[in-house]
Write a protein that binds this ligand. Sequence first.
Ligand code: DX5
Ligand code: ZN
Length: 217
Amino acid sequence: MVKIAPSILSADFANLERDIRLVDEKGADYIHVDVMDGQFVPNITLGANIISAIRPVTDLVLDVHLMVVEPERFIEDFAKAGADIITVHAESTVHVHRAMQMIKATGKKAGVVINPGTPVSVIEPVLALADLVLIMTVNPGFGGQAFLPECLVKVEQLDKLRKEHGYTYEIEIDGGVDDKTAKSCVDAGADVLVAGSYVYNSPDVGERIQTLREVTK
Ligand code: DX5
Ligand code: ZN
């Protein structure tokens, strides 16, 4: 069954505890946390201190998506704060291999992510190291953007590569996931769906999570 990772980017930051508990009780699998530095992407969100604050609120996997320049500067901080998966952009550092080694050295799961304009070939050399590969289906920076279906071919490639080489990574999709796009993601080979605005911009988040499960069956 597909895993659902609500993105707290679309939660109410004044009621973050409530909004995390809400999706936890409604059967979410991961909590997706978007970290933006205003440089790698044109928006600023939150840092490791927020991870520390929300860690006691839930036992769910904290899936931390770093959209920051040179993420290796912060890996230790996020690991200590309680992240379970730390995902770095291939475009954000000239040392993505080293960054992933650093994540693994902390004992956490290492993820790698590529923007819509970046091909899978860029990350092929680090796929053996990856516990998670995240495919952006929007340009990162904001919630609520339109899904880019042309990115799904990369999910198919990654699914094929892991079968061919025996890689163990999960494939996650981030951006524009809703009741209309979720099925195409799972059909392409995705295991985890991030959903921000679709889940949180509703009075009934439970219904939204349930619908994502139904349409991907
Ligand atoms: C975008 C973030 C996403 C965002 C997705 O840069 O990485 O995780 O929260 O939001 P939706 O699901 O609304 O596209
Ligand atoms: Zn994200």
